[in-house]
Design a protein around this ligand. Structure first.
Ligand SMILES: Cc1cc2nc3c(=O)[nH]c(=O)nc-3n(C[C@H](O)[C@H](O)[C@H](O)COP(=O)(O)OP(=O)(O)OC[C@H]3O[C@@H](n4cnc5c(N)ncnc54)[C@H](O)[C@@H]3O)c2cc1C
Length: 568
């Protein structure tokens, strides 16, 4: 059975947890009325359930192939891609002047999460195109916008993101690709990029690569990098795909998961490209795309977690193993299985709420240009990325466990979720890099944005005290501990902070997740039992995480590489 898109949960979180009404109250997003929200969520869920989700297994069993330099998609992906593009789902938040719907990014985020749960490999294609659309909207000149945006938004063409090179992964500044001026306003781009998602495709008539490369006078490191639009086919005078550009797919990677998503080694041999944004300012332009993609990848994790959890819960109802002593005959009646499902359900809700809070902050920043909303969006982006993707992996892993031996057998499909989800903690900046971003750049305002958010959690907890005294008290106390930990972290040297970054990020998410559950329980008493699972079973880990976060780095460096297993 394919998973069902969780549109009702999205709606509840929008209405009662993240306060989406504030977005709809702005002039910029006045069209996002409750009726529009209902229409978007309902239609997107229908497409995911009826068209996209049934493709997920086929993509895993029949990976994308490279045939004579062209990538051939997994069976049925043409049908799924058509439904996504013809439904207008690529351009939910894109500018209406280029054919987009102009709706809040929060709604696009809901749709993207549903698509990820339905078929992660296929969803990657529109996700990258959306990131490219946003980068072009913000940084490209009018000619490039007019030529590319309508076709990217309609899905006729698709977009890719070309950062990674063999020696330049997390350290993007180490890239060697070059761009030489051709003298006619275009550039000749040369270099090899690896791990390029959907680097080619038979689902579209052109593939548009945004490539990071260095101009001849570009300084070493990230400061000297520029961004170029390098299409597979050069647009002719009418803007249609014309002559083939000097670029090719060298090979496809064989991967642990997301088999339906072609991961390409790309070779650019003096390929014609056009500058996007100012010379040497490519990282700033690319960051627009990466930030969009970071939240998108976080929600990929949530989507896969939702699908894996639904599958596990269905199995747990049907599978009978001995008497449970409860009303349920299936293993769902056993306390330990019940624990796994309940904790996973609480975690998925928390990760979804945090991702949508991040999306709301992005929309409020867009609508109001208020630096406080910009800082909130910046703070929540690494949190949403890391926690969403960790949730994808952890819940998919729990899903395998609940299936017992059948979880390890491929035909069940539980293992695919775990294999697919694994990459999400790695690409778009590993989760370690996200955590370092949180304790580094995102606390560089002396923690102002973090303290403001923690203050809101405390205020919410105080407001919830009358109705839910015990749960609210625990959330308030955890927020206070997080506040003190943040103060202590700010006083630490960078290396000590980085050593504690991952546990600190996780502690932060537990507090935010508990806050989301508390609000949910306040709005609907039927949600109190799940809030109690979050607050009583998951939140307490924050204290141990904070201890780890404040330990510093000295104990780690007291161990030599040989102590850690490296050759002496
Ligand atoms: C399936 C797949 C699809 C991808 N799609 C794309 C794509 O479309 N476009 C694109 O450009 N790239 C893409 N990538 C590349 C991806 O973004 C990189 O793999 C990722 O950024 C990590 O880089 P790396 O693999 O070189 O690992 P490394 O950078 O070598 O990292 C190895 C380990 O060291 C850690 N590490 C590295 N530097 C630091 C540091 N300063 N401090 C602490 N820890 C550190 C990392 O967290 C990681 O655990 C894709 C990769 C895969 C596998």
């Amino acid at each position: 059975m394919s998973p069902r898109a969780p549109a009702a949960d999205h709606r509840f979180i929008l209405d009662h947890v993240v306060g989406f009404a504030e977005v709809a109250a702005t002039d910029r997003f006045a069209e996002a009325t409750p009726d529009t929200v209902t229409a978007i969520l309902t239609e997107a869920a229908r497409m995911c359930d009826d068209v996209v989700a049934p493709l997920n297994r086929d993509g895993d069993k029949h990976p994308a192939r490279l045939e004579n330099g062209i990538v051939r998609s997994s069976p049925g992906y043409d049908r799924g891609y058509r439904a996504i593009s013809e439904g207008g789902w690529i351009g939910v938040s894109a500018a209406p002047e280029w054919g987009g719907m102009g709706l809040p990014h929060t709604l696009a985020t809901c749709v993207n999460e549903m698509l990820s749960g339905a078929c992660l490999s296929l969803q990657l294609k529109p996700l990258l195109t959306q990131g490219q659309i946003e980068a072009l909207e913000h940084h490209a000149d009018d000619t490039i916008k007019a030529l590319y945006l309508p076709k990217l938004i309609s899905g006729e063409w698709s977009g890719t993101m070309n950062l990674t090179e063999p020696q330049a992964g997390s350290d993007v500044g180490a890239l060697k690709s070059k761009a030489e001026p051709n003298g006619d306003g275009s550039y000749a781009v040369t270099g090899q990029k690896i791990f390029i998602t959907w680097g080619d495709s038979d689902l579209v008539s052109n593939v548009c690569h945004l490539v990071l490369a260095r101009l001849p006078d570009g300084a070493p490191g990230t400061r000297g990098i520029s961004l170029f639009m390098v299409p597979k086919f050069l647009p002719d005078a009418a803007g249609n795909p014309g002559v083939a550009n000097s670029l090719r797919v060298v090979s496809l990677e064989h991967k642990l998961g997301i088999h339906g998503s072609p991961t390409c080694v790309m070779q650019f041999d003096g390929a014609t490209g056009w500058l996007v944004g100012a010379p040497h300012k490519g990282m700033a332009a690319m960051f627009t795309m990466m930030n969009n993609a970071r939240l998108g990848v976080g929600m990929q994790g949530v989507g896969v977690a939702e699908a894996a959890l639904q599958k596990a819960a269905t199995f747990a109802v049907d599978r009978v193993q001995g008497p449970t002593g409860t009303a349920e005959a299936g293993i769902i009646g056993h306390a330990d299985v019940r624990r796994m499902l309940a904790e996973a359900r609480a975690q998925v809700f928390a990760a979804r709420a945090i991702g949508l809070a991040c999306a709301k902050a992005i929309d409020m920043a867009t609508a109001t240009a208020d630096p406080k909303w910009q800082a909130r969006a910046a703070l929540l982006t690494p949190i949403a990325k890391a926690f969403g993707t960790d949730t994808g992996i952890e819940v998919a892993d729990t899903g395998v466990q609940i299936h017992g031996g059948m979880g390890f057998i491929e035909e069940t499909g539980a293992a695919q979720y775990l294999r697919d989800a694994r990459i999400t903690a790695i690409y778009e900046g590993t989760n370690g890099i996200q955590a370092m971003d949180l304790v580094g750049r995102k606390l560089a305002d002396n923690g102002d944005a973090a303290f403001r958010l923690i203050g809101e959690v405390e205020a919410n907890a105080k407001a919830a005290r009358a109705a839910l005294p015990d749960l609210a008290g625990e959330v308030w106390q955890a927020a206070e501990t997080l506040r003190e930990a943040t103060e202590a972290l700010l006083a630490m040297a960078p290396q000590d902070r980085f050593a504690g970054a991952v546990p600190y990020l996780r502690a932060f998410t537990l507090v935010l997740g508990a806050d989301a559950h508390l609000k949910a329980a306040g709005a609907d008493p039927a949600r109190t039992p799940l809030a109690a699972v979050m607050i009583r079973r998951l939140l307490p880990a924050h204290a141990a995480l904070i201890d780890r976060a404040l330990t510093g780095a000295a104990d780690l460096y007291a161990l030599s590489p040989a102590d850690l297993g490296a050759p002496a």
